[in-house]
Design a protein around this ligand. Structure first.
Ligand code: PMT
Length: 399
């Protein structure tokens, strides 16, 4: 897939720069043509010679000195025009800030500003830096400019803390890179994805919710977009995903209403949202005060509509996919949902398992469809689950 593709890898100054060596190796193994560009800080971590050896061509480190005798004096424009895909990995807060604000004061920032190629950015830094509103603002600006950002993973960081900021695993990085060159096998398809947990108000400040982060649904939406689909994402999680029409909702009823508006013209629905089964019967107008005489406070709940079941009942041509979040009897319960909710496929996840389900970057899924044996997939990143699902869909439905 990557054969003869011109990929420029921008390495900026973070400790994760050593991991970029493996990315370059993988790209070369897949016969991509790789040009590495390094900032001055990146060269403090790894020498250009190491990247030059692995990428089989000189590394560009400087805007003013020709690297070889055949070079001209404007390497930033040359590399900008040569590039099919620009990858910034690791991306520091500094390069993210420069890209978001159009600053260009070294070879990396000038050629990133000059290139019209798609850009894929892998932020990696200390958690507090990543969470800093300035960095988050710059990332939002980049997304609005259609730059794709791959969120860092959570885990042990070089400074000894555990938190969000690690470069994702190599497989996840490669999946994201390969996705840029995906054949647009879902071109012309309208896909709706729901994501995140619904929030059912108790009073103006409190709600009943759950631990869903939206990651699984976002992955489904992003991979569908990369395959050329027109994607609508209905979500309770604040999100800005380039190339995706995002509809923000809070409650199950809002989600159902928005879904009913777009479902009739859709080709595929993926219900990855964790919808609250119940909501309070009454929502207090004012914040509920605690009463010193009462140790127990009771909230009366009523059933929410089952969105999947209601919407699937109206399906004509649509391929409808639900998830089943189970903590026991995974297959048995998922099978019941497959039949009761009239879904074409149920993706069952055991949310009691440590690395699967809610608010983690990985998932372990079993695919169920009527009259077929269940197929279990190994533990993998949510992006890989999405990639695998869309491969399944294309092979089953589109062929
Ligand atoms: O968001 P993440 O942190 O990445 O976590 C992902 C996930 C665990 C939330 C996701 O993989 C998942 O399992 N989503 C479905 C959660 C859920 O509500 O499961 P359920 O078994 O209760 O419901 C079965 C199906 O019916 C789901 O597709 C659900 O969206 C749908 N449903 C449920 C209740 C309801 N009232 N209306 C519905 O449409």
């Amino acid at each position: 897939m990557l054969k003869d593709k011109h990929i420029t890898v921008y390495v900026t100054g973070g400790i994760a720069a050593y991991k970029t060596l493996n990315i370059v190796r993988k790209l070369i193994k897949q016969q991509a043509l790789v040009q590495v560009v390094m900032t001055e800080s990146a060269q403090k971590f790894i020498t250009p010679l190491t990247f030059a050896t692995l990428s089989q061509r000189p590394v560009i480190t400087d805007n003013f000195t020709p690297q070889t005798e055949n070079d001209d004096f404007i390497p930033h424009i040359k590399v900008a025009l040569w590039t099919d895909l620009a990858i910034v990995v690791p991306a520091t807060a500094n390069i993210i800030g420069k890209m978001a604000n159009g600053l260009a004061d070294d070879i990396a920032s000038t050629s990133l500003l000059a290139t019209k190629a798609p850009k894929l950015v892998f932020p990696a830094m200390n958690t507090d830096m990543y969470d800093n509103p300035a960095v988050q603002h710059n990332l939002t600006v980049l997304k609005q400019m259609n730059v794709q950002i791959v969120e860092p993973a959570t885990g042990f960081l070089a400074e000894g803390m555990t938190g969000k900021g690690r470069l994702p695993e190599l497989d996840t990085i490669m999946t994201n890179i390969e996705a840029q060159f995906n054949e647009k096998k879902l071109a012309g398809k309208k896909v709706i994805v729901t994501a995140g947990g619904t929030k059912e108000a108790i009073d103006p400040v409190r709600f009943i919710g759950n631990r869903s982060s939206g990651k699984m649904g976002f992955a489904m939406a992003e991979v569908a977009r990369d395959l050329g689909a027109e994607v609508t994402l209905i979500t309770t999680v604040t999100a800005s995903l380039p190339g995706i029409n995002v509809i923000q909702v809070q409650t199950a009823e809002e989600m159902m209403k928005q879904l009913q508006d777009v479902f009739p013209t859709a080709d595929v629905l993926i219900m990855a949202a964790a919808v609250a089964d119940f909501k309070p019967v009454n929502v207090a107008d004012q914040k509920i005060k605690k009463n010193d005489d009462e140790d127990i406070f009771t909230i009366k709940l009523t059933k929410n509509p089952d969105i999947l079941q209601n919407v699937a009942a109206t399906k004509t041509k649509q391929f409808v996919v639900g998830f089943a979040a189970e903590t026991q009897n995974l297959l048995e319960n998922a099978e019941k949902k497959l039949n009761k909710k009239n879904a074409d496929v149920i993706l069952a996840n055991n949310v009691a398992q440590a690395d699967a389900g809610f608010n983690v970057d990985t998932n372990k899924v079993t695919l169920l469809q009527k009259n077929h044996e269940p197929v279990s997939w190994p533990l993998m990143s949510k992006i890989d689950v999405a990639q695998k699902f869309w491969e399944f869909y294309i092979n089953k439905v589109e062929k």
